[in-house]
Design a protein around this ligand. Structure first.
Ligand SMILES: [Zn+2]
Length: 72
């Protein structure tokens, strides 16, 4: 069965972080605070992939904002 990593809301811009608490490995979102306990490797890789995509999109957004600023 495939697990799905999802934020509380679709527009969440948080990133996934891992932590250890009360004997559980957790993944949680820094913004919406949803948590996944005892995550499978599949979920961990999904979190890494999403974080990587988020970093890339932030760079593109910053670059676009800088271009718009130059034009104005
Ligand atoms: Zn979130």
């Amino acid at each position: 069965m495939s697990e799905i990593l999802a934020h509380h809301h679709d527009r969440c811009t948080g990133v996934w972080r891992g932590m250890y608490e009360d004997g559980n490995d957790l993944i949680y979102c820094t913004e919406c605070r949803i948590r996944y306990a005892n995550c499978s490797l599949e979920l961990r890789y999904a979190a890494i992939d999403e974080n990587w995509a988020g970093i890339y999109l932030k760079r593109l957004t910053d670059e676009g904002a800088a271009l718009l600023k130059e034009e104005s």
